[in-house]
Design a protein around this ligand. Structure first.
Ligand code: G6P
Length: 608
């Protein structure tokens, strides 16, 4: 979490930093700050609250003069959100200003030692030790001080550091937290993610762990911790600038919901060639696939929910056992992984701390890692054997929609690809599944044409105190996501249950008027789920069903029915999730919630 941006050039830095931070607010938004070298000293402004508080404080950047600076938007870990805990943190003399994303795990012993040496701390943060360590180690050479600091700190960090002795340049480094370097003409940048600098340049360096960069207006030099210069390749980002802008939408979330047909098309169509699924990114041979004993899927949050669909889908199609687990559990339970087992890691950001740690744990036990990632060059992508990118483009809203959908599409591609390699599909089945996958973007677009229907339903239920989602098998997997979407942005308590499990306790919570959202999309389990619907109806529930166009008599049992286009059962989750995303969105909107930045959350979770 936390977003970092830095600039050096000939323009006024502060407005550029504020603009960059506005693109990074999704990473954390409980306070923000900037430090700008004003030609004489480092001027620091910071404030608790959203970026606009800081922006008002500096009059949109007009009040702070200088052509080099760093900025930060925070998601508090050490110390409450407050002015004093906000970044940048400065050393006692004011010579150094530091912004940090990550966690310094050994900050307490470092802080103790520095205090014994007379350094005074003003904040509760782990970051402040870095500012003082720079002061402690600095003997006139900023790069040397940086390497000494890096030798002392443990944990994860992306750092941007200004030193008032260096009027024309600043340094940055990363380890297990993201940081890219933007290379412009007569100006250079650092940022936690490319969206922050896309308005200025598309040429970037992706830094590896512990690569140190020194930037001035005209040069970018990258060093290792022995202070030897490293040559790296510049990468050209082809994301559209508008993809990181709201483009007339009230919220990024709705824009991203609407972008799903395109994101699905971009993810699926390049991988279908001449009627075959081609996964050039996957190095597993047919023989490797045939020898798989077990597959693990590991992820967090919504990406984990994709994994739950993946378990049903891959097991059904490939007949290979699949275990799906949240990364924060997987990494600590001594997983039973053997040499050559396949671990599929799913992550939008490619930097979720628990997911990355689980990946490393699996890798250290000899597993082969295939990851599904959205952010190119991210830590998870870099650490994997094979990466299949979801071409969703930047996702800014904290609640994921298009990344979830494209992850699901990649899971289908993998399942069908492997099933075909295993000889589990007839030619006709294979052809049919490919045409189902190709048709998905248009079917999602069709659902999006009926947004008003969902808006109406949201108007009926936005004052509910508690909402249940039920379904069986893949419908259950989608229920998990529908429930999370609703609760994370609307703050309505919600739970998802396997439809058959409700009667083992949870049904006691159903009372007159409780809303139950029942997913009954596939034909195989339709009647079973409808029986569960009858059970809750008999106890006073109001039922809103999501079902496929051709299922019959749903209206006879359910109070409200949302219909999605017919499709092969395999791909129905891609369709049924869309009304649930819209429902969560409209409920949150009617409640006046901050949809893109729900309380207490951050999009990119780089702490355990
Ligand atoms: C956060 C986001 C979720 C996301 C999860 C995993 O909690 O709000 O939308 O599913 O992290 O993130 P990742 O980037 O690994 O997919």
């Amino acid at each position: 979490m936390c977003g970092i941006v830095g600039y050096v050039g000939s323009k006024q830095a502060c407005p550029i930093l504020l603009e960059g931070l506005s693109k990074l607010e999704y990473r954390g938004y409980d306070s923000a700050g900037i430090a700008v070298y004003d030609g004489n000293k480092i001027d620091v402004k910071k404030a608790r609250g959203r970026l606009r508080v800081l922006s008002d404080m500096v009059d949109g950047g007009q009040n702070v003069k200088g052509v080099m600076g760093i900025g930060h938007t925070r998601w508090a870990t050490h110390g409450e959100p407050s002015d004093v805990n906000s970044h940048p943190h400065v050393s006692s003399s004011g010579r150094f200003a530091v912004v940090h994303n990550g966690i310094i795990e050994n900050y307490l012993p470092l802080k103790k030692r520095l205090m014994e040496k007379g350094f005074q701390f003003v904040s509760e943060t782990d970051t402040e030790v870095i500012a003082h360590l720079f002061e402690y180690y600095y003997k006139g050479d900023l790069l040397e001080a940086m390497t000494k600091v890096l030798h002392r700190v443990e944990g994860s960090y992306a750092l941007g550091v200004l030193c008032s002795d260096y009027p024309d340049s600043f340094v940055a480094v990363r380890k297990a937290s993201p940081m890219i370097v933007g290379v412009g003409r007569g100006e250079n940048f650092i940022a936690s993610d490319v969206t922050a600098i896309l308005n200025h340049t598309r040429n970037v360096y992706y830094l590896e762990d512990d690569e140190i960069v020194m930037l001035s207006a005209d040069s970018v030099k990258i060093y290792n911790t022995d202070r030897e210069e490293i040559k790296k390749e510049i990468f050209r980002v082809n994301w559209d600038v508008s993809s990181a802008e709201k483009g007339g939408y009230e919220h990024f979330m709705m824009k991203e919901i609407e972008e799903q047909p395109k994101a699905l098309r971009d993810t699926i169509s390049p991988r279908i060639k001449d009627g075959k699924i081609v996964l050039d990114e996957v190095s597993l041979t047919a023989k490797d696939i045939a020898s798989l004993r077990k597959i693990y899927i590991v992820a967090c949050g919504s990406a984990y929910h994709v994994g739950v669909v993946g378990k049903y889908t891959i097991e059904r199609m490939c007949r290979i056992p699949v275990e799906v687990e949240v990364a924060s559990e997987f990494r600590y339970h001594d997983p039973l992984i053997s040499e050559g087992d396949l671990v599929i890691v799913i992550s939008q950001s490619g930097e979720t701390a628990d997911t990355l740690a689980a990946l490393k744990e699996a890798k250290s036990r000899g597993a082969r890692i295939l990851s599904i990632v959205n952010v190119v060059g991210s830590a998870i992508a870099n650490a994997s054997d094979d990466v299949i990118y979801t071409w969703a483009g930047p996702e800014i809203a904290v609640a994921t929609t298009k990344a979830y959908s494209t992850q699901l599409a990649v899971i289908y591609l993998i399942a069908v690809y492997m099933a075909e390699k295993l000889g589990k599909l007839t030619d006709e089945q294979y052809k049919n599944l490919i045409s189902e996958l190709s048709a998905l973007p248009d079917k999602v677009a069709e659902i999006l044409k009926n947004k008003e229907e969902i808006q109406y339903l949201a108007s009926q239920f936005f004052s509910c105190k508690s909402i249940f989602f039920i379904g069986r098998n893949i419908d259950y997997a989608v229920s998990l996501e529908g429930s999370l979407k609703l609760k994370e942005i609307s703050y309505i308590h919600s739970e998802a249950y396997a439809a058959g499990e409700l009667k083992h306790g949870t049904i006691s919570l159903i009372e007159e008027g409780t809303l139950v959202v029942a997913l009954a999309t596939g034909s195989a389990l339709y009647d079973k789920t409808i029986s569960n619907v009858k059970e809750v109806k008999a106890r006073g529930a109001v039922v809103m069903a999501v079902t496929a166009a051709s299922r019959e008599h749903t209206e006879d049992v359910c109070d409200y029915v949302i219909r999605i286009p017919d499709a092969d059962e395999l791909v129905l989750p891609s369709l049924s999730v869309v009304p649930l995303q819209l429902f969560g969105y409209y409920v949150a909107s009617l409640k006046g919630c901050d949809i893109d930045k729900p309380r207490n959350l951050a999009k990119s979770v780089t702490v355990e």
